[in-house]
Design a protein around this ligand. Structure first.
Ligand code: NAD
Length: 492
C-alpha cells in the first residue's frame, strides 16, 4: 500500500531521493501540496529543492553512472521487469494517488495511466538488448563498426497533467539504455513520482535514479544549467521549453522537448455517426479536464453535417459526470489548481466575448460539484474563427472550439495554421481522403478514425512549436538517450 498522501490526517512529509537516501532540501524549506479535490487540504509536504539540491542529485547520478552503464543488457532488462512487476501490484494505489494528486478521474484517466506505466517498463525492459551498433562493409584487413553508448546523466523534467505517463515515456527508456537519471517532479503533482521512485529504488543501485522536488525556476533550472547533466528531457509548456532549450543549448548539452498543442479534429461529411462522436469526445480529452497536450481542442466540422454532428456531440457531452476523481462514476475530475481554473475561465470569457460566437454546450449550469475543489464543466463554442485566442492558444481546459469547413484544401490549411503541431485526428470513411489529409497535416501524431490509442513503441512527439525529438519507442530511446561511437580497426 502506498501511503503518499493523507486526505484526512496530518499531511505526509516527504523527502527527495538522492543517492539512495530520502533527504530534505538542504535549506530545510518545504512546499505544501494541496489536492485539486479540496483547496483547503494540504495532503503532503515535499522539499523545496534549490540549486544545491540539484547539485547533490546530479553528483549522485554521476557517481552511479559508470557502474550502471557497465551492467549487461540482461541485468537492466531483469531490473526493469522486476520494477514492472512491483508496479503492477500497486496499480490501484497508484491510480488513487494519481486521482488525489492530479485531479484526473480514476476510471477514465488515472487507472489507465498507472497501467500504461507498467506496460512502458515492460516494453523498455525488452529493448535493453537493442542498444546495439552496426558493422560496416570494410576492406580485408579492416573492421569498422559502431557502438551505441549512453549519454550519461539525464535530467527528466515532468509536468503535472499526467506525471506517471510522462515519466513512463522517459525513465525506463533512459535506464534501459544505460543512463542514470535525475527526475524533477512537477511542483503541483509530485506524489505519484515519489511513489514510483520508492518502487524503483528497491531494485536499482543507489544514485541510478534520483528525484528532486521543488519549483521549476529553482531546482528545475539548476538541473538544466548543471554541467554534470548530459541530456535534458523536458515535457511542459512551449514557453518554458524554449527557455530550457536556450539554456541547455548554450552549454551544448543534449535536449529534447515535448511541448504544448492545439490539435485539430477534422470530421468529413461521411462521418456523422454516434461512433465518431464517441471518438471525437475521446480526442477532446474532456475526460482529462482538457488538460492534455494532445487534446483535439479545435473541432473542424464539414458544413453539411455541422448541425447534426454537433447535436449528437452535445447530447453525449451532457451525459458526462463531473465529480470527485476518486469516484468510479466520475467521467471528468478536477482542474489542477486555482491558477489553472482561472486561466480556463479567462479563455471561456474571451471566447464568449467574440462577435458571432455561439454556445453549443455550457455545462456550468448543471455542474453539481464545485468548491472546495477546482471543477470545470465542459464548454463547446461554435462559429469560432481560427484566429481567435480560443482557436490559437492552448487552453488546457474542457473547452472545445468548433469551426466550419467546406473543402479539403481549406481544412488542411486551417488545421496547419497554428504554431503547434503535436497531434491531429481525421474522421473519414473514404480512406483515400483520410490518409491524404493525415499526410498533409503538420502534426507529429495523426490518428485516423480514432480518438485515442497510444501504443508502447510508437514514436511520440511534436512538430513545429510542439517539440523536438521522439519518445516512447525504440527509435526514441536510441535517438534520445544514446549516441553513436564509430570504431575503425586495422587488422593488419
Ligand atoms: P510547465 O512548462 O509550467 O512546467 C513543466 C515542468 O518544468 C515543471 O516540472 C516545472 O517545474 C518545470 N519548469 C518550470 N520552469 C522551469 C525552468 N525555468 N527550468 C526548468 N524547469 C522548469 O508546464 P506544466 O504547466 O507543468 O504542464 C502543462 C504543459 O505541458 C502544457 O503546455 C502541455 O501541453 C505540456 N505537456 C506536453 C506533453 C507532450 O508530451 N508534448 C505532455 C504533457 C504536457
Amino acid at each position: 500500500m502506498i501511503e503518499y498522501a493523507s486526505f484526512n490526517g496530518a499531511p505526509r512529509e516527504h523527502g527527495m531521493l538522492i543517492g539512495g537516501e530520502w533527504v530534505p532540501a538542504l535549506a530545510g524549506e518545504t512546499i505544501d501540496i494541496i489536492t485539486p479535490v479540496d483547496r483547503t487540504r494540504v495532503i503532503a509536504r515535499t522539499p523545496r529543492g534549490r540549486g544545491e539540491d540539484a547539485d547533490r542529485a546530479v553528483k549522485a547520478a554521476r557517481a552511479a553512472y559508470p557502474g550502471w552503464a557497465a551492467t549487461t543488457a540482461a541485468t537492466r532488462q531483469l531490473i526493469l521487469s522486476q520494477i514492472a512487476d512491483d508496479l503492477e501490484v500497486l496499480i490501484e494505489d497508484l491510480a488513487v494517488l494519481t486521482a488525489l494528486d492530479t485531479g484526473n478521474a480514476i476510471r477514465t484517466q488515472a487507472r489507465p495511466e498507472a497501467n500504461g506505466l507498467v506496460q512502458a517498463f515492460r516494453y523498455f525492459a525488452g529493448l535493453a538488448a537493442e542498444v546495439k551498433g552496426v558493422t560496416l562493409p570494410s576492406p580485408a584487413g579492416a573492421l569498422s563498426y559502431t557502438r551505441r553508448v549512453p549519454l550519461g546523466v539525464v535530467a527528466a523534467i515532468l509536468p503535472w497533467n499526467s506525471p506517471l505517463m510522462i515519466a513512463a515515456f522517459k525513465l525506463p527508456a533512459a535506464l534501459a539504455s544505460g543512463n542514470t537519471v535525475v527526475l524533477k517532479a512537477a511542483e503541483d503533482a509530485p506524489l505519484t513520482i515519489l511513489a514510483l521512485a520508492e518502487v524503483c529504488q528497491r531494485h536499482l543501485p543507489p544514485g541510478v535514479l534520483n528525484v528532486v522536488t521543488g519549483y521549476g525556476p529553482e531546482v528545475g533550472q539548476a538541473l538544466v544549467e548543471h554541467e554534470g547533466v548530459d541530456k535534458v528531457s523536458f515535457t511542459g509548456s512551449s514557453v518554458t521549453g524554449a527557455g530550457v532549450a536556450a539554456k541547455a543549448g548554450a552549454r551544448l548539452a543534449h535536449f529534447s522537448l515535448e511541448l504544448g498543442g492545439k490539435s485539430p479534429s477534422i470530421v468529413f461529411p461521411d462521418s456523422d455517426t454516434d461512433d465518431v462522436v464517441e471518438q471525437v469526445l475521446i480526442a477532446s480529452r474532456f475526460a482529462r479536464q482538457g488538460q492534455s497536450c494532445t487534446s483535439g481542442s479545435r473541432l473542424f466540422l464539414h458544413d453539411d453535417i455541422h448541425d447534426s454532428f454537433l447535436d449528437r456531440l452535445v447530447a453525449r457531452v451532457g451525459t458526462l459526470v463531473v465529480g470527485d476523481p476518486r469516484e468510479e462514476a466520475s467521467d471528468i475530475g478536477a482542474i489542477i489548481n486555482e491558477r489553472q481554473w482561472n486561466s480556463v475561465q479567462g479563455y471561456i470569457d474571451d471566447g464568449l466575448a467574440q462577435e458571432g460566437v455561439e454556445v453549443a454546450y455550457d455545462g456550468r449550469a448543471s455542474l453539481t460539484v464545485g468548491e472546495p475543489g477546482f471543477y470545470h464543466a465542459p464548454m463547446i463554442l461554435t462559429q469560432v474563427c481560427n484566429d481567435w485566442r480560443i482557436a490559437r492558444e492552448e487552453i488546457f481546459g474542457p473547452v472545445l472550439s468548433v469551426l466550419r469547413w467546406r473543402d479539403e484544401d481549406e481544412v488542411v490549411a486551417m488545421a496547419n495554421d497554428s504554431h503547434y503541431g503535436l497531434a491531429a485526428f481525421v474522421f473519414c470513411r473514404d480512406i483515400g481522403a483520410a490518409l491524404r489529409t493525415a499526410h498533409r497535416v503538420e502534426s507529429g501524431w495523426v490518428q485516423v478514425n480514432q480518438g485515442g490509442g497510444q501504443l508502447a513503441g510508437q514514436s511520440y512527439g511534436g512538430m513545429k512549436a510542439s517539440g523536438q525529438g521522439r519518445e516512447y519507442s525504440l527509435e526514441g530511446m536510441l535517438e534520445g538517450f544514446t549516441q553513436i561511437q564509430q570504431i575503425n580497426v586495422s587488422l593488419v
